[in-house]
Ligand binder design. Structure first.
Ligand SMILES: NC(=O)c1ccc[n+]([C@@H]2O[C@H](COP(=O)([O-])OP(=O)(O)OC[C@H]3O[C@@H](n4cnc5c(N)ncnc54)[C@H](O)[C@@H]3O)[C@@H](O)[C@H]2O)c1
Length: 269
């Protein structure tokens, strides 16, 4: 380990169980000397095993629904008290579509579900940043990262309305990144991650075929949750200070591959 995050303080959203990208990131940040508060929706506290992660990493947990301004204000105020100062890094690792959960096809959405989905998956990122911004809670040269998927740029039929939510999320990163950069020297980026076998990932219909296809299409193979944790650590470190307002593909090369030999071979007579 390299002590890349020694002395840095943060907030990590979205660790549900040991498969979660946020879980792996928390473990990795801890190894690199960072300290943090863990947070998740109150309901996830009951379902998840987050206490185990907190014990392992010497962290405190503050429940917060990321769609609630009141919960976020409380989270950020208390985190600064616990950590003893302003925040250096924030991971937004949150996504949920009610249409996907309830099996509603993209062409047959329930718009109450759609609204809930974009609030949780995209607008929550704005709410987190607006709360940090108004409380002047970020240290200069801090780093804010959210996780996204390439369905924001290209169509994957079963990704459903999450594709639109991710496009919205990526746009918020750019728009808020401008103001956070100008006013506070804080950077904001999204990581566009390979399909990953987590609770949220496996909620996508046909996930098994989808992840196997991506594996065959990516010259380096799919990026795992552990790989994503490593990459996120670099974005939280001082080695990436001038990277901001970017959507960074972390996918083993999938996004720039037209076709691979393995895929061609499967279609040859
Ligand atoms: N798994 C994949 O294939 C994949 C690929 C690319 C991007 N991502 C993104 O990575 C992020 C993390 O997902 P994951 O794959 O680790 O799955 P996960 O299911 O482990 O994590 C999703 C988290 O969102 C939390 N959440 C849901 N509603 C919330 C709310 N209202 N307030 C606060 N938290 C809430 C859940 O409790 C959970 O911890 C998501 O943004 C997801 O879209 C996942």
């Amino acid at each position: 380990m390299y002590n890349l995050l020694k002395g840095k303080k943060g907030i990590i959203f979205g660790a549900l169980d040991e498969n979660s990208i946020a879980w792996k990131t928390a473990e990795r940040v801890h190894q690199e000397g960072g300290t943090f508060v863990l947070t998740n929706a109150p309901i996830a506290m009951r379902m998840g095993q987050i206490q185990e992660l907190a014990d392992k990493t010497g962290s405190e947990i503050i429940p917060a629904d990321a769609t609630s301004a009141e919960d976020l204000e409380n989270l950020i105020t208390k985190s600064m008290e616990i950590l003893g100062g302003k925040i250096d890094f924030v991971l937004h690792s949150i996504g949920m579509s009610v249409n996907v959960r309830k099996g509603r096809h993209y062409t047959d959405q329930n718009y109450d579900f759609t609204t809930k989905g974009w609030d949780v998956s995209a607008v929550s990122f704005h709410k987190v940043m607006q709360t940090l911004y108004k409380q002047d809670a970020m240290n200069e040269w801090g780093s804010i990262v959210a996780l996204t998927y390439m369905a924001a740029q290209r169509t994957f039929p079963d990704y459903n309305d999450m594709a639109d939510n991710k496009a919205y999320l990526e746009s918020i990163a750019r728009s808020f990144g401008y103001f956070f950069g100008k006013d506070k020297n804080v950077r904001v980026n999204t990581i566009s991650q390979s399909p990953t076998p987590t609770t949220a990932g496996q909620g996508v219909k046909g996930f098994g075929g989808f992840i196997a296809y991506a594996e065959k299409m990516s010259p380096l193979g799919n990026a795992t949750a552990q790989d994503c944790a490593d990459y996120t650590v670099t974005l939280f470190s001082d080695l990436t200070k001038k990277v901001t307002m970017q959507n960074l593909f972390h996918d083993g090369g999938f996004s720039n591959t037209g076709v691979s030999m393995e895929v061609i071979e499967r279609f040859e007579d």
